[in-house]
Structures are given as structure tokens and as C-alpha cells.
Design a protein around this ligand. Sequence first.
Ligand code: A3P
Length: 283
Amino acid sequence: MGVVQDIPLLQTTCDIWDKIQNFQAREDDILIASFPKAGSMWVQEIMDLILLNGDIKKSMRAPCFLKVPFIDLNAAPLPSVEAANGMESPRIIKTHLPLQLIPPSFWEKNVKVIYVARNAKDSMVSYFYFQKMNKMLPDPGTWNEYFSKFLAGNVPWGSWFDHVIGWWRAKDKHQILFVFYEDMIEDPKREIRKISQFLGKELTEEVLDIIQHHTSFDIMKENPMANLSTLPSFVIDQSISPFIRKGKVGDWRNHFLVVQNALFDEEYMKKMKGVGLNFRNEL
Ligand code: A3P
């Protein structure tokens, strides 16, 4: 891994850092930001369908990772900065960068941002499996080793804590909508409506229902445009763990040891005290 301003990033990302920083946002871009494994792909599919007024056929035009360029990933032929430059507006652009590393043009152009947030314990479990199966990422080691790495922020894109806190503190300064994974699981239609209103789209109940159905866990798991099955197995090895894996709130209970949970809660209290950001670890 490489490092930019103390944030661990993939070396390949650091290699194009100047290009990323000089990325030219447009006023009608929509940025989807999150720490890894918060449910970004789920929300990307929803956003694309909102812009398409629920047209499923059009949403199936290409895999999600081709429709939505990921500006801080440098893994050609996957689209990043250069591909995004050539894309028509309105663009949905994905990032995992912490707030302080976002290319300045996003703020200059006052771009709308959807920040997807997920509780730290489930994010950790999901990221552990993702680092196991995604060969672009460092091997996570054992669960016990990973637990310490994640807590110390020694994973690609850094500390979960710093990430969510940084974005939360900026939410009233910019046009940022926080969407919580747990809220999406609890009531997807309510959250889809919230996202569409934020994007200035009034959709009918029928269209909201279509979007909810098409982006449900079971449908997305079978959708080759969303489940990464079009990527070769030497990059994404889904025999180790599927990309669309469990889709639950509270899977951490199947992984955290009692002593790890106590350690985690103590650290969590220290870091999150007074921030005013409340996550639900179960529903
Ligand atoms: P799990 O590993 O806990 O199952 P990201 O897209 O940010 O990488 O997030 C991936 C996580 O979102 C995975 O979590 C994945 O299963 C979950 N996910 C993807 N699509 C989903 C959907 N339609 N409903 C619920 N969870 C979904």
C-alpha cells in the first residue's frame, strides 16, 4: 500500500494522485462517497435507476462498475479519472476517499454528494471477506489479525472512524445527504424516495416500487450487471466469498469474539463520543 497525507491507499491509486486531485467535476455530477463496504453498489444502482425514471432495460446497459467511474481506483480497464472525463452528463461518480482528499473541483462546483454509511462492526466483517476475495486488495490475514488492522485504520482508505466523522462534520457545509445502510435495510422504499428527492426527482409510487424490487438483495445477487460476475476470477474470486454476500445488519455477531467486542466498544466510545453520529449495530 502507499500513503497520501497519512491515509493508506492502494499504491496504484497513489501512482495517479495528481490526476485524481486535478479531476474536473461538473455542476450536475453526483458523487457517491463511502468507506468501503457500506453498500455503495446498492445505492449506485438505485441512483442510476432514479435518473432513468425506473427504466430497468436501460439500467442493464452495462455493469455498474462501468456505468459509475471510480475516480480513486486505478485498475484499467475499469473506468477512473480519464474515462470519467469522456462521459456524458449527468455522471454518477464513485469515491472511497476521506473528505480531506476529495478533488477540490467537487466543492468549487458545489456537487451533490450521497454519503453511504454503515455501522463499523458489519463494515469490518464485510471488508474482511472482500479483502480475501478481491485480489487487488492486500490479503487480510486471519480474522484476529484483521480485527486489529481495521481498528488501527491500517486498511485501504484508512480509518472507518476518521472517514465517517470527517464526512459527517462537513454535511452542513456542502450538499451532502447521509444514507445509512441500516435504514435502507429497514425501509428501502423510504430511503429511495429520500435519495430521489435529494436528486430533485419526483417519482411515482409505482416507479419507486420498481426500483425497490430491482435493487433488492435477491435480485441484485442474480443480476450480472451488479454482482461483479463479469469480472475475471483472478481479480474477484467469488468462490472465496460472493460480492453480494449476506446483506444483513448484525452479521458481526457471527464473527466478533466477546473480548473483541468489549475492546471494540471501548475504542468506539473514545473515538465517537460527542460526534453526534449514531449507528445501529442491529435492527
Ligand atoms: P455484506 O458483505 O455484509 O453482505 P459495497 O457495495 O460498498 O462494496 O458494499 C457491499 C455490501 O453491501 C455487502 O455486504 C453486500 O452484500 C451488500 N449489498 C449489496 N447489494 C445489496 C442489496 N441489494 N441489499 C442489501 N445489501 C446489499
